[in-house]
Design a protein. Structure first.
Length: 132
């Protein structure tokens, strides 16, 4: 499922299987609240969205868009995190492992689990989301 509009509602979101993609490469698409991810959560935005909700579950997360995704919540999901496009900025915490692919960036002042960085990837520790 691909969400390409702003979605505001009370309660959380649950991905029971398959994939939930936020955006389709443009600046549109969002979700609100906490998220239980037992599948795959993909962010594909060209701008700089901030997701402040907590992410839990057994699924994974992919930052695929050319923009900067800011994760400012506390997330304890067990699946891996992959940066395959743009920048992932963590100002909260991620318990999962993080793979930073070539020509992408992991930034932030938050914390992540085990980190694997490709030789042509970028790390920007201490980056503050408010300064971007």
């Amino acid at each position: 499922m691909v969400l390409t509009a702003s979605n505001t509602y009370n309660g959380g979101t649950t991905v029971s299987g398959g994939a939930l993609q936020i955006g389709s490469g443009s600046s549109a698409g969002s979700i609100a609240g906490n998220l239980t991810d037992n599948g795959l959560l993909v962010f594909n935005r060209s701008d700089n969205p901030n997701f402040a909700g907590a992410i839990s579950g057994t699924g994974g997360l992919v930052q695929a868009g050319p923009g900067t995704l800011v994760l400012s919540g506390t997330s304890g999901y067990n699946g891996g995190t992959t940066v395959s496009g743009g920048t992932l900025a963590v100002s909260g915490s991620l318990a999962s492992s993080v793979n930073v692919n070539s020509l992408t960036t992991l930034a932030g002042s938050g914390s992540v689990g085990v980190l694997a960085v490709s030789s042509s990837a970028h790390l920007v520790p201490g980056w503050a989301a408010s300064a971007h």
